[in-house]
Design a protein around this ligand. Sequence first.
Ligand code: MN
Length: 263
Amino acid sequence: MTNIDRRAVIATGAAALAGAATQSTPTLAQAGPKHAFSVAATTIPIVGTNEVFPVRRIYCIGRNYAAHAIERGSDPNREPPFFFQKPTDAIQNVAIGQVADHPYPSLTKNYHHEVELVAALKSGGTNIPADKALDHVYGYALGLDMTRRDLQNEMAGLKKPWEIGKSFDHAAVLGPIHPAAKTGHFTKGAISLAVNGTVRQNSDLDKMIWSVAEQVSKLSEAFELKAGDIIYSGTPANVGPVVKGDVLLCKLDGLPDMSIKIV
Ligand code: MN
C-alpha cells in the first residue's frame, strides 16, 4: 500500500465514523461515503397515516404473567423482570385483515406461540421513573414472540445463551402500530390466541406482573432507551406448539385481530 492509499483509507474510515454518527441528518449523510451495498431498514406500518415506525431495537420481557411464570418453572412473586432482545430484522409485519404466511423455522421440532402486547417508543432515556414512562410510548401493536422452545430449553439447561431459541428470522411477528394518542394506553383488556379456531391462550393485560410503564422504567436502568425501540411485554400462560398448516388468530381488546398461517 502506498502512502496515498493509506491516507485515503484513513480519511474514508473517519468519514465513515462521522457518517454513522450523523446518519439521521440527511445533508451530512449525503456528503459522507456511499454504502458499499444496501441493507433494508426495518419499519412497521402506523395505522391511519402514511408514516412508518423505524425500528431501532426489539426488547422482550420474560415471564410477565404469573400463570406463565409458573408454567415455565419460576416464582411469579419474587423474580424481578428480565429482558432479552431479538434482532431488529426479525420483524414480520402482518397487515390488518391478512393471514400472513409464516415460515416454520429450521432446527426446531417444538415451535411455540406467545401472544403479546407490544409497546413502541417515540423517545427514551435512562432511569425513567415509572410515572413518566408512558410519555415515551408512541403506540401499541399486537405481536407474537415466536420461540423454538426445544432449543431455548436445551440451551438454558446447558447454561448457555438461548439466543437460538428466540432470535431468528421472522421471530418477531406483529400487526401495525396504533398511536396511543388514539387508543390510549393499554393497562387492561382481554388478550387471547387461538390455533385453528381453538383458544389456547386467554388472559387479561391486568394480569401482567410488571406493567408497560414499569417495564420501560426497569429497562431504562439497564439500557438507554431511544425512539424506535419496541418492547414485547410478555405472554400469558398456555404457550404451546404449532405445526405447518396451523392458523393462529391473535386478539386484544381495542386492536384489530392479527393472524398468521404456519407454512
Ligand atoms: Mn415472550
